[in-house]
Design a protein around this ligand. Structure first.
Ligand code: PEP
Ligand code: MG
Length: 942
């Protein structure tokens, strides 16, 4: 057994890139970093250069852990590859030099001699991208070396199996031959040999497979499978670099916000074999449970298998605790090493290992991906264990994962035994979800719909692969019948915070027939099922779901008490009704940053008055309609002020395009056209429909409908988002502003009278010029004075504006003379800065993202260079005029972590977001405050 001494803390050697052991020509870039024999050129801090895997291998090597030696070709080579569509001679030279060093250390030659050196060639970017890029194993095998391997291991079956795997991987990854070409050959051979399992093929059968694979290569790639190991290596390296740019890797980077320009490193490493027999094996694990955070040694392994068998989910592995029974020494050594790795990295580790003939090798270690629940639990444990400080702990939860705490649970009262299709699935990612079955990723995309709220679908697969990523993204939940807790489906959904049951072996999935069978029942596409990702159950039908577990929420609250002191900016909520305002306060909102008053008019009892107000063409009738709306608005505002108890309530005056309240033009035209031939039943229906517009009997329709159409046509706009909305409405119809201002101040005075403080901020939308602000501000202030005089009571209030147009940012200095606060409406500001229609951007956005024209959706995360720059200018100019100007944001960006960080950096006073994102925003704001402090503290960084 290998004994390893790993210091608990600093095990990074202090060598820098300039003092490396492999020679670099003066002035030339160091492309290749060697590791092996107890030392490495690189270290764990060099993730930018070596990628996560390369940095981890260097770090473990330096610490004296049993790591197969090799070298890492750094990310700059990948960037060079992207720029020049190839690599320079210097990369080849350094690689050959490192290979020679590896050969001499191992006492072997690549693919030559009695004991040939075989290597793996793997990608490894700075941020882990599980399964997205390509890997080639067993490189160095050819027609000669396979015989040497057979002889040396005394295991011809193993040798031929390794060779056929190489041809298959190389054929697919390097020579671009469809996987199915090889699968068909392999399956045909199994059929011929009447075996269900790969292991049923003996050495001879595998030799036949190899011969057919080689023929297939010749046919499809128009060349022979390369026999020269050095040529294999160069081609494999280039293919792995190329895989950085494959579609699924690009897609993964896009949804995970990873920069395309980072590039991947390539790791070339001496092969160790987990498939040499029953004293060999391979596995993966976590130092703590990545789903729950429990402090369990957690993982899976397979005896007599290669790494890909575990992660691909093809064979279902056994729990790692079983290893203790079959190889206690190796198990203890693994526990010892991984415990020390965790202490060293001060974080939960996700590791990969291989056992070759009873000897343990560590292949990888990295900070493990985990659910939000696990992130908080592990962070709290580690603070209690004295491993990390509270300050460090608050970075351990990704603000986007806060949502995990709010995921639904299955209502046990609604679980009848006959509905449970299986309870033996793996609880891969927590939460419960109800949805309709789809069997392919493409079907999921097609059926999910285009709205923000997707149709609830459950993607059911035997196993998922990286090619399914687009379907997984839109599905509400994922169910697989194969694979373990570290299978693709499990890892990816956990990262997405999406419910997943994996490896549900009692469920048979036939993707081709689009059918799922369980307990003798057949389920087809569109059938409803319920998943419980917290326990691993699958149930038929739509089961009842319950809101999240308060115990977990309590843990989050505890965690938040550590984060909160670092937060410098306020967090308000966008809420229009008292119920949402109360919810927001439960989540810790410190005010309402946006009340969209038009949402109050859509209620059944209000819309007729609103329509009457819009349809009239004279001020008198408009005032009459507004008078009816006034008490309703006042009651709404009273509710909001009471719910917020003196916290700021920012009320925006009416903003929507008016036609949104009226019947659709096209529908009216059709109804008018059909009137001539309509029977009495149809006419009766039309009378009912148009009653509120004055249709009392069938005879009225002839007059009412054309008049209505005429008014709808008058109000019709070609670009309503740039049209008669925002302050333009209040300027053309000042009585609307008057009514709203009156409702606000009468409400404030009434609440104040009850002894409850109020803090109203009246917000004028879509301002482009200071004159607009003057016009609307004057009305609001006049009405305020009138109400205060009438009621004999005065309350504090502010009048300010939304900054939603580029012009407003540029003339912010002028606008601030009139406006007492600014709230950046970044939805409209993004729309008008890019000239993208908010509602139609999805026609171009997918292509823009795929082509890399935009890195991310600017309506989700703030575009710092353009929109952000305008925000910066707006704040700077506004505060020059009014140094104490209150500044916030109320566009969707206010709840998105990277945008919240930006708002902190530009000195906003608060962000405002939907109630369910308040905690996310609070944590993001705290992290922004803490990282600023950490950077300021004697050069420490996060
Ligand atoms: C905005 O434009 O950012 C905003 C909050 O207003 P709305 O989304 O209502 O246009
Ligand atoms: Mg707006």
């Amino acid at each position: 057994m290998v004994t390893t001494i790993l210091p608990d803390t600093e095990m990074i050697d202090k060598k820098t890139a300039e003092t490396k052991s492999t020679a670099t020509k003066p002035g030339a870039t160091k492309y290749v970093y060697f590791f092996g024999g107890g030392t490495a050129d690189g270290n764990g801090r060099m993730k930018d250069v070596l990628g996560g895997k390369g940095a981890g291998l260097a770090e473990m090597t330096n610490a004296g852990l049993p790591v197969p030696p090799g070298f890492t070709i750094q990310t700059e080579a990948c960037r060079e590859f992207m720029r020049n569509h190839g690599l320079s001679k210097e990369v080849d030279r350094q690689m050959e030099e490192a290979l020679a060093k590896l050969e001499s250390l191992q006492g072997q030659k690549l693919g030559e001699g009695e004991n040939p050196l075989l290597v793996s060639v793997r990608s490894g970017a700075k941020f882990s991208m599980p399964g997205m890029m390509d890997t080639i194993l067993n490189l160095g095998l050819n027609d000669q070396s396979v015989e040497s391997l057979a002889k040396r291991t005394n295991n011809p079956r193993f040798a031929y199996d390794s060779y056929r795997r190489l041809i298959q991987m190389f054929g697919n990854v390097v020579l671009d031959i469809e996987k199915s070409v090889f699968d068909e050959i392999f399956e045909a051979k199994k059929k011929q040999r009447k075996t269900k399992f790969d292991t049923g093929l003996d050495a001879k059968a595998l030799q036949e497979v190899i011969a057919e694979y080689k023929k297939a290569v010749k046919k499809h790639a128009k060349r022979n499978f390369p026999q020269d190991p050095h040529e294999q290596l160069v081609m494999a390296r280039d293919a792995v670099f190329r895989s950085w740019l494959n579609d699924r890797a690009k897609h993964y980077r896009r949804i995970n916000n990873i920069d395309d320009m980072l590039g991947t490193a390539v790791n070339v490493q001496a092969m160790v074999f987990g498939n040499l027999g029953d004293t060999s094996g391979t596995g993966v694990g976590f130092t703590r449970n990545p789903a729950t955070g429990a402090k369990d040694f957690y993982g899976e392994f397979l005896l007599n298998a290669q790494g890909e068998d575990v992660v691909s989910g093809v064979r279902t592995p056994v729990p790692i605790l079983e290893l203790e029974k079959v190889m206690p020494d190796v198990y203890n050594q693994l526990r010892d090493i991984t415990t020390r790795l965790e202490k060293h990295y001060k974080d939960m580790q996700d590791f990969e290992f291989t056992i070759q003939d009873g000897k343990l090798y560590m292949l990888q270690t990295r900070n493990g991906k985990r659910t939000g629940l696990a992130a908080v639990k592990v962070a709290i444990q580690m603070v209690e264990e004295g491993l990390i400080s509270k300050e460090e702990a608050i970075f351990r939860l990704d603000p986007n994962q806060v949502v995990d705490f709010y995921v639904a649970r299955l209502d046990e009262k609604d679980v009848k035994p006959e509905d449970v299709l299986t309870s033996k699935g793996l609880p891969a990612s927590p939460g419960a979800v109800v949805g309709q079955i789809v069997f392919t990723a493409d079907d999921a995309v097609a059926k999910a719909g285009h709205g923000v709220e997707k149709n609830p679908l459950i993607l059911v697969r035997a196993e998922t692969t990286p090619e399914d990523i687009h379907g997984m993204e839109v599905a509400a939940g994922i169910l697989t019948s194969q694979g373990g807790m570290t299978s693709h489906a499990a890892v990816v959904t956990r990262g997405m915070g999406k419910c997943c049951v994996a490896g549900a072996g009692e469920i048979a999935v036939d993707e081709r027939a689009r059918e799922m069978r369980a307990r003798g029942q057949v389920f087809k596409e569109g059938d409803w099922i319920t998943l419980d990702g917290t326990t691993g159950r699958v149930l038929r039908g739509k089961r009842n779901l319950l809101p999240p577990d308060p115990e977990n929420l309590a843990q989050l609250e505890h965690f938040m008490t550590w984060a909160e002191p670092f937060r410098k900016i306020g967090v308000r909520a966008n809420a229009d009704i008292p119920r949402d305002a109360k919810k927001a306060r439960e989540f810790g909102a410190e005010g309402i940053g946006l009340c969209r008053t038009e949402h109050m008019f859509f209620a059944q009892d209000r819309i007729p008055h609103m329509r009457a107000m819009i349809l009239t063409d004279n001020e008198k009738d408009r005032r009459a309609a507004l008078k009816k709306l006034l008490p309703m608005q006042r009651a709404d505002f009273i509710g909001l002020f009471k719910a917020m108890e003196g916290l700021p309530v920012t009320i925006r005056l009416l903003d929507p395009p008016l036609h949104e309240f009226l019947p659709k033009r096209e529908k009216l035209m059709v109804d008018i056209a059909s009137l001539a031939s309509a029977g009495s039943k149809q006419k009766k229906a039309l009378v009912e429909e148009y009653a509120e517009y004055g249709a009392k009997a069938a005879g009225d329709l002839k007059k009412v409908l054309p008049e209505l159409l005429a008014r709808v046509e008058e109000l019709h706009e070609f670009n309503p988002m740039l049209g008669h909305r925002g302050c333009r409405l209040g300027i053309t119809y000042p009585e609307i502003t008057e009514m709203q201002a009156r409702a606000i101040f009468e409400a404030a005075v009434a609440v104040d009278k009850e002894g409850i403080k109020t803090h109203a901020e009246v917000m004028i939308p879509l301002i482009a010029t200071v004159k607009e602000m003057e016009n609307q501000g004057a009305i609001v202030r006049r009405v305020a004075e009138e109400v205060f005089k009438e009621k004999g009571r005065h309350v504090h209030y502010l009048v300010g504006t939304m900054i939603e147009l580029p012009r407003a940012c540029l003339v912010a200095g002028e606008i601030a003379k009139e406006a007492e606060f600014f709230s950046f409406g970044t939805n409209d500001l993004t729309q008008t800065t890019f000239g993208f229609s908010r509602d139609d951007v999805n026609k171009v956005l997918p292509t823009y993202l795929a082509e890399g024209i935009l890195k991310q959706d600017p309506f989700a995360a703030i575009d710092r260079e353009g929109v952000g720059e305008l925000v910066r200018i707006g704040i700077e100019r506004g505060r020059k005029t009014r140094p104490k100007l209150e500044v916030g944001i109320c566009g969707e960006h206010g709840g998105e972590p990277s945008s919240v960080e930006f708002c902190h950096q530009v000195g906003m006073d608060y962000v405002s977001c939907s109630p369910f994102r308040v905690l996310t925003a609070r944590l993001a704001a705290a992290q922004a405050g803490a990282s600023e402090k950490l950077q300021g503290d004697a050069g420490r960084t996060k």
